[in-house]
Design a protein around this ligand. Sequence first.
Ligand code: ZN
Length: 524
Amino acid sequence: MTHSILIKNATIIDGTGAPWYKADIAITDDKITGIGKISENADKIIDARGSIVSPGWIDVHNHADHTILGNPEALSYVHQGVTTVTMGNCGLSMYPLSEEHRSDLIEYMKPFTAGIPFKYDWTNLEEFNQRVSEIGTSINLVPFVGHGSIRIATMGFDNRAPTDSELQQMKKYLEESMKQGGYGMSTGLGYPPGLYSDNSELIALSEVLREYSGMYSTHMRGEDGNLADTINLGRAMKVPVEVSHLGSSCGSRMNLRGRHEQTTLKELDDARKEGIDITADIYPYIAGSSLLSQVIPDWLHEGGVQRMLERIQEPEVQARMAEEYEELGRDFSKIIVSYVKSTGNKDIEGMNIAAIAEKWEKNIVDTVCKLMTDEKGEAMNITFWGTEEDVNTMIKHPAVMPCSDGWILAPTGPLGAGKPHPRCYGAFPRYIDQYVKQKHLFGLEEAIRRMTSMPATRLGLQDRGIIREGMKADITVFNPETIKDTATFSNPHNYPTGIDYVIINGKPTVEQERHTGALAGEIL
Ligand SMILES: [Zn+2]
C-alpha cells in the first residue's frame, strides 16, 4: 500500500545553494515524486506556509553508534531537524570486537554509553547493524569504522607499533568493515590508542580505503603541526580526507588564536589547490567534550582502563602527573565534569575541576585521581578551548561543514543524565541562528547547502541532500523566525524551537516539535 504526503505552500531551499522558491512537494512512500503546483489529494497534507522546507540535515561527524541501541528514536537529533548522522567517529566505533580484547573496548567506551548495559552481542559492523535493524532507528546512519577500535581488537592498549602480522590483522578488520558497508576509517590520534600509532601504520591501512573507495576522517594529533601532518597523510593516502571538528583541533592551539585565516585556513586552501581532496567540519561552540580520562596523561593509558586505575594510586605516578600538569600549564578551571556514573558525586556534575578541588579541599592531582577512582573511569568532560572569533573565522570557510560531534541523547532515562554538551541537542538550529541570523556570516541558502548537499556529496549519498524529484524524502520544515537552540551548558537537555516537521524516508517523524514514534531510518 502506498502512502502519500503533500506539502503545500512550501518555501523551498533545495540544498544546492540556489535561491529559495515557492512550490508544493508531493511525497509517495519514501521518495519525492513531484514539485510544482500540485492539486491532487494525499493521505496527509502539511501546510508549510511561513516555513522553510529544506532537505533533511546531515551530521557528518557524530557518535551515534555509542547510544543508538539505547535510543532508537534518536530523540536529541531528529528534534534538531537532523535526518542522517554518521557513526564510528574519532577512532572509536562500537565494532569490531575481538574475543581477546573485547573487555578493553567495552571498559573504555562505558562513559560514552552512559552506563547503558548493552549486551555487546556482536563482533563486527554487520552484526552491529543487525542489532540496530532489529530494534529500529528513527534516523539514517552512515557507518565509519574506528582505527582505535580496530587497534584495540588487534593489540589492546599496547603502546607500540603493530607487528607485521598485527598490521595484517588490522587490515583484515578494516576490509571486513568496508565490505559490510563502511564508508571509511576514522581516527582519534589525540588519545589512546590512536596516539600510539604512527603515520606508516595509517598509510598502510589506507591501501584498504583506496581499494574500497573509503574516506579518511580524522581527529588529528593534538600538538602543533597537526593539520600539516593530516595534509601530508592525505597526500600519501590518496583518499578523500575529512578533518573532524576543526575548531577544537586547531582552536586549542593557543599560538594560533586570532590567526586562523593566515594559518589553518591557508593550509587548508593550499592543500586543496594542490589537489588534495580535503574538507573539514566544525561544531558551533567554543567547547568540546570527551572522556574525563583524557585529563590523565597519555602514558598512563597503556594496558587499558583497569591498569590506569591501579597505577594512579601510586605516589610516584601522582608526583609525575603533578609535574606534567605544571609543565603543560593545564587550566583545570576550563575543564568541566559533565557526567559521572556514581550517585555519590552527582553534585559535582557541571562543575569545573578547579572548583571541585576547592570543594573537596584537595590539590588537582588528588582530585583527578579521586574522580577517576570513584567513577572507575566512567565520567565525561567538557573543555573550553576557544574563542567565538576563532569559530567565526573557521566556520565561514566554504570547505567547512557544520557538525555536532555529539551523542544521541534523550531528556529522560540514562541518556538524560548529567550535563552533557549542548551540541547533542542544538548544534544544527544553532548554526542557523548564530551564523545566519545573528552574525550574518553567510546566507540561509549557503548554510542549508553546507548542512545537506555538501555532506551528502562528501559521503557519496547520491539520493539525499537535495530536494528534487526522485530523491529520498528526507525533509526538514522549520520556521525561520523561531528556529533556535535552547540547550545550554548549564541546562543541556532541551530541544530547540522552530522545527515544525521532520520527514525521514517519507515518514513524518517529528510533527510540531513532537516525535511521532516513527522508526523509518535506515543504515545507509
Ligand atoms: Zn574527536
